[in-house]
Design a protein around this ligand. Structure first.
Ligand code: SF4
Ligand code: SF4
Length: 388
């Protein structure tokens, strides 16, 4: 597997150090205050923390020119996997730096040097309890009121994910309640395991492939045609990683915002007079290109004024939690989240809305910790309360 880093060595060597991956150009974002785009490089300031520096690290490791050190681990694992460098670099240079950094992490793991201790802990939890939070596996569906949907045959499945199952139960209940209110027949897996996202993102691929095989077998047994997700990280893992690593499936993965956007015009919603702004989760936005569906839903609510932050869509600033950063570097995760929340406050909105449990958790943690004047709201909880 690590031979992949060798195969991508020449791409890493083609980095011209143009620094386009560091900042959004004035033509795309007007204010200098919100023009930064790489959380890792912006926070730690050395070039090695930006994509440009890590491209040189990748080249050097592929050529055997660089020793492993603790600083190297910190550099590679402070990358949130946001993909902003991919967006910036691809248009200008045709390179996707983040894909190379994921090979780099996998090589560190294969060589026995990575990942960080916290990442090994969540891998051990996934192996033993099938979730990344070391919670009892048999409590994964405790939140679900109607247990009759578990494991039944249906055209529509709902893959829940670890964070929603154990940490943001309100948002997962909201999705189930919306489906019920709309009379959508759906099923959930009787034995759902972690999707493997935190493992793929930290280079722990062997275990990630095991969970992939398990989940795909379980889902295919349910006969679903569409599989809904409310976690951006989970759907990206299915659509990108499962396909990249040979996972075969016959259903269509669909984020619940895409499903809802298709039918939103036929749903009667209560009027609510307020100004809201929307945060694009990196895994759903930049990685999968789902930008319009959540905006269509929010714009459909009578009385709601959607105002945009400076950095949106492919230029969004990451919530800061991804790729194992929340677990291993929690202060840095909150530092990134604070910047995003301050950007949201600058719009004049009273609510910051998103549709990823991981983003919700980290942005909400920053709001609490720094006592910031805005409310973090999950899009599904918001809509659930407005359906008449
Ligand atoms: S990674 Fe891409 S955008 Fe960044 S310095 Fe290298 S070539 Fe330029
Ligand atoms: S993925 Fe994001 S955090 Fe990582 S190097 Fe690229 S822009 Fe920086």
């Amino acid at each position: 597997m690590v031979k992949l880093l060798k195969e991508r060595r020449d791409e890493a060597a083609r980095c011209s150090k143009c620094s386009i991956c560091k900042i959004v150009l004035p033509v795309d974002v007007k204010s200098a205050q919100f023009s930064r785009v790489c959380p890792s490089g912006t926070r730690f300031r050395f070039d090695s923390y930006f994509a440009s520096g890590k491209m040189e690290i990748a080249r050097a490791i592929a050529d055997g020119d660089l020793d492993y050190t603790d600083r190297l681990l910190h550099i590679l694992y402070s990358c949130t996997g946001c993909g902003a460098c991919n967006s910036q670099c691809y248009y200008v240079k045709g390179l996707k730096p983040l894909e190379i950094f994921e090979e780099l992490k996998a090589k560190l793991v294969e060589d026995g040097f990575g990942p960080l201790p916290e990442h090994k802990n969540f891998a051990s939890s996934v192996e033993q309890k099938h979730n990344a939070y070391n919670e009892p596996h048999n409590e994964r569906l405790q939140w679900l009121k109607d247990k009759s949907v578990i494991g039944k045959q249906s055209d529509i499945g709902y893959y829940i994910g670890c964070t929603a199952s154990y940490r943001t139960i309100d948002s997962v209940e909201a999705v189930a309640n919306i489906l019920n209110k709309l009379n959508v027949d759906f099923t959930v897996l009787a034995d759902e395991w972690c999707c493997g996202s935190p493992l793929f993102r930290t280079g722990q691929r062997d275990l990630a492939l095991k969970v992939m095989e398990h989940n795909l077998k379980e889902i295919e047994n349910l006969g679903v045609k569409k599989l809904l997700f409310s976690c951006a990280g989970c759907i990206r893992t299915f659509k990108e990683d499962y396909e990249k690593y040979g996972g075969k499936y016959s259903f269509e993965p669909l984020h619940a915002v895409e499903f809802l956007a298709e039918i939103i015009d036929s749903i009667k919603l209560k009027e609510v007079n307020e100004t809201v702004t929307y945060h694009d989760p990196c895994h759903l936005g930049r990685h999968l290109g789902v930008y319009d569906a959540p905006r269509k839903i929010l714009s459909s609510i009578p009385g709601v004024k959607l105002v945009e932050m400076e950095r949106i869509k492919e230029f969004s600033w990451c919530c800061g939690a991804g790729a194992g950063v929340k677990a291993a570097l929690p202060d840095f995760a909150l530092w990134s989240a604070r910047e995003r929340v301050e950007e949201a406050i600058a719009t004049g909105a009273t609510k910051l809305i998103s549709c990823c449990p991981f983003c919700k958790r980290n942005l909400q943690d920053a709001i609490k910790k720094y006592d910031l004047p805005i409310e973090m709201v999950d899009l599904f909880e918001y809509i659930e309360n407005l359906i008449e």
